[in-house]
Design a binder for this molecule. Structure first.
Ligand SMILES: [Fe+2]
Ligand SMILES: [Fe+2]
Length: 209
């Protein structure tokens, strides 16, 4: 599997334009390109892909993983072979993979930090990211809000994006059972969680080593 896209913005646009065909896609893309830092933002402040462009790379990694997971789940055990996804499923895979972390726009601020060089033991300046959310609506909740201002989602897509943090979601940590109920309604909830974990813990971890 290709770990790092050569030109993540171009690859993102290619998948977005090829796979998504619904009303509002142009308005959403215009907003992402002109009013946000989506294509220059990192994927995290210090864990996976904490580098410019990291968010676009992560979104592509999740799209790629989700596509493989969907093919796996939809393959009939009695008819092994590579299954083709329907146009509607290709669209859902692209929407979920490429857009699930839109909530991360505008939250990672590049700042000069002080760190102790482990070799020289001297304190020095270095560039790093600080997380500061000017619109703290919640993680999956904010992605939903920002996407649907421009483009409609199906109910299954809305459930998957809302609950994509899985066990790390604040409501789940507080004892909510709604995620379990969402999983009962659509397999896209756990598929997106699995794809997100594979991207962050396999693709992006090995890419950093
Ligand atoms: Fe996320
Ligand atoms: Fe993610």
């Amino acid at each position: 599997m290709e770990q790092i896209a050569r030109d993540p913005r171009a690859d993102f646009l290619a998948v977005y334009n090829r796979s998504i065909g619904r009303n509002g896609k142009a308005a959403l893309l215009y907003w992402l390109e002109n009013d946000t830092d989506f294509f220059t933002a990192p994927a995290s402040s210090k864990n996976h892909l904490a580098q410019p462009g990291g968010l676009a790379v992560h979104s592509l990694n999740v799209w790629r993983r989700l596509r493989e997971i969907a093919v796996r789940d939809m393959t009939d055990r009695n008819e092994p072979g590579v299954r083709q996804l329907s146009e509607a499923d290709e669209e859902t895979v692209a929407v979920l993979g490429l857009l699930h972390d839109v909530c991360k726009v505008g939250v990672y601020h590049q700042e000069t930090k002080r760190r102790r060089n482990p070799e020289t033991k001297q304190w020095e300046d270095c560039l790093g990211y600080t997380f500061r959310d000017p619109f703290p609506l919640g993680h999956g909740e904010k992605s939903l809000f920002l996407i649907t201002r421009h483009m409609a989602l199906t109910e299954e897509e809305a459930l998957a994006i809302r609950w994509h943090m899985g066990a790390y979601d604040d409501a789940v940590k507080g004892g909510s059972r709604s995620m379990t109920e969402a999983m009962n309604l659509t397999p896209w909830v756990w598929r997106l969680q699995e794809a997100d974990m594979c991207a962050a813990w396999i693709d992006e971890r090995s890419a950093a080593e």
